[in-house]
Design a protein around this ligand. Structure first.
Ligand code: ATP
Ligand code: MN
Length: 417
């Protein structure tokens, strides 16, 4: 006879009078605890009768084979301790049998995450993080951590959250861009997985004011080289999720098909032409909107693909211009259908070229002097990208709302919990 001790939460209770079943949940799964009047201790029976969903209990007892039980075994309790009681009814049904709206679920997130489907999302996300680190380290990228409290904008344009910093006003970082570029001098290849902040008052299903980005930067890489890193990373993640996360994927009814490489590379100009062909009024040099891509019927844009060679006007100041085509850059957006997952490209590495571009874009050279100095101290040719982790999860799991893939999302109207 095997005696075990299990601590966890009441997930479900079935009281048939002479026999009481409890489904006990812990982080590893669910096990049945069975008490019967015939053989069970009276005191334990009284306690079992009073149990409510999410009461915290500890059970000691013997393990028995039982075909009818969820895992083919059950525990016959010898002792039962109630470690904490939960109120009844709970503000959110943790089994998910009673459906609640997203607002309510996010307000009560830890209860929402008891639901095995919701729980699976974040187990998969954790695995995606592990696989990403594994992949990039294997490729010679060093993981780094750069400051999130900064003095000036890195991208220019995009809005920053100000924070009081002693005598001055500092800002929350919107990306690790300049730091990761500088770090190619000592390390060649770096990556960072970090939280970034954008103060734009978006109200969309793909923007949050706080999000996680996977960033890489690599010396002596072209934009084609780093596009390869991105597509191979995604294939690696898909393959390994299929191998290690079958249970979670099944809970979410997902059958992950490993994307084919190379991902299609579609030129910005070609998309513009196609869009004009279907009557969209759009000028060259404009950004491409999601609605536009939705109406584009092209088999190359049905999964992951790159939109490459963007006009300089819509890309950031550090993006390198094409040598053979004025006004265009060696840049790309990584897309999944109509959703932007990431952006990247080759960067300017010559001091004079960068100054010229910054002047043209009306940026203050003085604000960037701490950064610009390195362009005279051995800045290598380099390229990189940033991929939004939360958006990557949307593409893998098929969610339309980014909030489903973030534990405690921050948006225009959500600051608690
Ligand atoms: P968008 O055009 O969708 O607003 P962006 O081009 O401004 O995005 P980038 O500066 O290119 O964003 O940032 C790189 C990646 O970081 C994006 O492709 C996206 O995956 C992610 N990202 C950027 N802003 C946000 C945000 N507000 N919420 C969630 N993810 C974001
Ligand atoms: Mn972008």
């Amino acid at each position: 006879m095997e005696i075990v001790r299990v601590a966890g939460w009441v997930f479900e209770k079935r009281d048939l009078g002479g026999i009481i079943f409890i489904l006990l949940r812990d982080s590893t799964g669910i096990i049945q605890v069975t008490w019967s009047r015939k053989r069970g201790d009276k005191e334990i029976g009284r306690k079992m009768k009073k149990l409510k969903i999410n009461d915290v209990i500890e059970v000691r007892g013997e393990v028995k084979k039982e075909e009818q039980a969820p895992n083919g075994v059950e525990i016959i309790p010898h002792t039962l301790r109630v470690l904490n009681e939960a109120e009844h009814p709970l503000p959110l049904d943790p089994t998910g049998k009673i459906d609640a709206g997203l607002e309510t679920r996010l307000n009560l997130r830890p209860l929402d995450l008891i639901n095995p489907k919701r729980n699976a999302i974040f187990r998969i996300k954790s695995e995606v993080l592990r696989l990403t680190r594994e992949f990039l380290r294997d490729r010679g990228f060093l993981e780094v951590i750069t400051p999130k409290i900064i003095a000036t904008a890195t991208e220019g344009g995009a809005e920053l959250f100000p924070v009081p910093y002693f005598e001055v006003t500092a800002f929350l970082a919107q990306s690790p861009q300049l730091y990761k570029e500088e770090l190619t001098i000592p390390f060649e290849r770096v990556f960072e997985i970090g939280t970034y902040f954008r103060a734009e008052p978006f109200n969309t299903n793909r923007h949050l004011n706080e999000f996680v980005s996977i960033d890489i930067e690599a010396a002596f890489h072209t934009y084609e080289d780093v596009m390869k890193v991105a597509e191979e990373l995604i294939v690696h993640v898909y393959k390994r999720l299929n191998e290690g996360m079958e249970e979670e994927l099944k809970l979410l009814n997902l059958d992950l098909r490993i994307p084919q490489t190379p991902f299609p590379r579609v030129k910005y100009d070609e998309i513009m032409e196609k869009l004009r062909g279907i009557g969209v009024k759009i000028e060259s040099g404009e950004d491409i909107k999601m609605e536009h891509l939705e109406s584009l019927k092209d088999e190359r844009t049905e999964g992951y693909y790159f939109i490459i060679d963007w006009p300089s006007k819509v890309k950031t100041f550090y993006t390198k211009d094409k040598e053979d085509r004025e006004g265009y850059t060696n840049s790309f957006d990584l897309m999944y259908r109509e959703l932007e997952i990431g952006s990247g490209g080759e960067r300017i590495h010559k001091y004079n070229d960068l100054i010229k571009k910054m002047r043209k874009m009306g940026l203050s050279i003085d604000n960037f002097r701490h950064h610009l100095v390195f362009y005279k101290c051995g800045m290598p040719p380099h390229a990189g990208w940033g991929i939004g982790l939360d958006r990557l999860m949307m593409s893998i799991l098929g969610f339309k709302n980014i909030r489903e893939t973030v534990l405690y999302p921050r948006d225009r109207f959500r600051l608690v919990p």
